[in-house]
Design a protein around this ligand. Sequence first.
Ligand SMILES: Cc1ncc(COP(=O)(O)O)c(C=O)c1O
Length: 386
Amino acid sequence: MQQAQRLADFPPYVFAAIGRRIARMRREGIDVIRLDIGNPDLPPAPFIVEKLYEAVRQSDTHGYGGYFGQPALRQAMATYYQRRFDVALDPDTQVLPLIGSKEGIFNLALAFVNPGDVVLVPDPGYPTYAGGARVVGGEVVTMPLLAENDFMPDFDAIPAEVAGRAKLLWLNYPNNPTGGVASLEFFRKAVAFATKHNILLCHDAPYVELTYDGYRAPSLLQVPGARQVVIEFNSLSKSYNMAGWRVGMAVGNQDAVAALGKLKSNIDSGLFLAVQAAAAAALTGDQSWLAERNAIYRQRRDIVLEGLTAAGFKARTPQATIYVWAQVPDGFTSAEFAERLLSEQAVSVSPGDAFGVHGEGYVRISLARATERIQEAMARLQRLRY
Ligand SMILES: Cc1ncc(COP(=O)(O)O)c(C=O)c1O
């Protein structure tokens, strides 16, 4: 069976590979603590689950959900943007529901990138930005996210020739994996750069609701003029603990939204209607439970930071996301350290180089596990001898 070259050349998705290894260890009876993926362990608020039950009991919720989602879901997404960011969106032309944001992020490359077009991606960064671009023959050019720049790319370092050939530029704040956050001032610079070079500025914002210590994350669409050049991706996966439900959205520039919708209508047939109803309830209903949920993540974050400090590691305190980005001890690569921790203490963390070459020297520790398991993982970290 001969795979297409575009797949044969493609690396396996890193978390799928780690997952298989952990499944093998668990079959051998090893109690692995999985802190490598950002898969929320907590459920959504009960009213959201109730809405799903209610919708699924109806006789008319079992057909196709519509290529562009139901008007009520698009309206709920627009209402969320208005309430949360004071950004007005036309629900019919500037909002597109997605089957999780990952599919939209990947599919955007199919909609916009011709072979040889440049796609600018953050490094370290979520692998799907580059994945979509590579599959369609795009040229991936990385923008280093360095600690000394607070994990923000330096637009001045992008050669004019590269910027001239760039079709898409990906940003992601609050940032996975570094935990970095961006100011509106930085977003203004990004819009100016994209406008100057006629680039579609793609902002991936699934962690805007996962914030701590009073920090509130902005939308890139808050920048005046942004909707001329910006498509923003958002997701209920982490914001509302609904990762398995697969609900995301693309919002912003209406030509970009329309192109992605045209592509998707040829690929998938939309979201389950009952999930759409529950997602609309999540976006427009009581939001107070998010603060309680974030307090749990914050406590876990502090447990991890204390554990890391006690073990002699350096890590910044993230104001957002569900990750701690920690420097590995001298003498280890990211992969070597993650391997030692997994094989000797059965704690799985993500090696930083899985997110790009500038992730080397770091590991990413996820807070999406039960607090006692995180405590146990930190106790195991203290026992690691190196
Ligand atoms: C930065 C980033 N973008 C997008 C996604 C995909 O989220 P989903 O497809 O569940 O909406 C993730 C998931 O981990 C992520 O970390």
